[in-house]
Design a protein around this ligand. Structure first.
Ligand SMILES: [Zn+2]
Length: 256
């Protein structure tokens, strides 16, 4: 394997872009293309040359920069098989369980429907890093625009099976608002309380709260903890299924 380098940058209102660079091959991926200008600025800052775009889902704030970047770099554009009609310019389409090589690293595709039906996430196996798009956020999860609670819970469960140390990058800086909601249903969770202090401090300084890790999310993100007995008690759902508790948490967040 080669040790990949990751460069995260803020763009649009609250989006994150990330560049992934493999020094050995000189190849560089933009994870999604939220904003052409911001990706160009990140490339200028790092000195990396764009060779690929990996697209998680079709939403405008994840694909708007594709056409302009393709024009400038003729980069190879990879995206979800199930959203082929919704994303123009895809050179290669992928679905759940597909694996391919980027440099010497293995990339595994994890389908995580719910926010959109075709959403895919990219897991860099040897570097133990996953890009979750708008599926898993720090302390939250994406809204169910196309799928339902059962579908999204299954997607969250797949991500929960990754090693705890797995580094997680996602599409948006929503952590503070997510955390305030998390505190409303899991207020006695000491790890969550401690994390909220860190987050508030980071945001006060204008710093990102991402990346996170699967382990941190398992400990503090209510959307990954529908099996937690205290959360269940707080929701009055002690005997319910994980899926039902997850769906109730999502509904409450939507109405929060
Ligand atoms: Zn989205």
């Amino acid at each position: 394997m080669s040790k990949l380098q990751f460069h995260q940058f803020s763009c649009r209102e609250d989006n994150y872009g990330v560049l992934v660079y493999d020094r050995e091959s000189g190849k560089c991926i933009s994870i999604d293309a939220p904003d052409e200008g911001a990706v160009l600025a990140a490339l200028a800052e790092t000195g990396w040359q764009l060779s690929h775009i990996f697209v998680t889902h079709w939403h405008f704030d994840h694909v708007e920069g594709i056409a302009g970047l393709k024009d400038k770099f003729n980069c190879h554009i990879v995206g979800p098989k199930q959203e082929v009609g919704k994303i123009s310019g895809l050179d290669e389409t992928l679905g759940d369980g597909d694996e391919f090589k980027f440099g010497n690293d293995t990339v595994r595709v994890i389908a995580t429907p719910g926010h959109t039906l075709g959403m895919i996430n990219f897991y860099f196996v040897e570097n133990d890093t996953v890009f979750t798009g708008d599926t898993l956020f720090a302390l939250g999860c994406g809204r169910l625009f196309e799928g339902d609670g059962a579908m999204m819970w299954e997607s969250m469960r797949k991500l929960a099976e990754l090693p705890r140390e797995t580094v997680v990058y996602c599409g948006h800086e929503y952590t503070l608002a997510n955390g305030q909601f998390a505190m409303s249903i899991d207020p006695d969770n000491e790890k969550l309380q401690a994390r909220m202090k860190l987050i508030a401090d980071l945001r006060k300084k204008g710093k990102p709260t991402l990346p996170t890790t699967i382990g941190e999310e398992l400990d503090t993100n209510p959307f990954m903890r529908p099996d937690d007995s205290t959360i269940r008690e707080n929701l009055g759902m002690v005997g319910a299924s994980d899926e039902a508790v997850f769906t109730e948490i999502r509904t409450r967040k939507d109405n929060a």
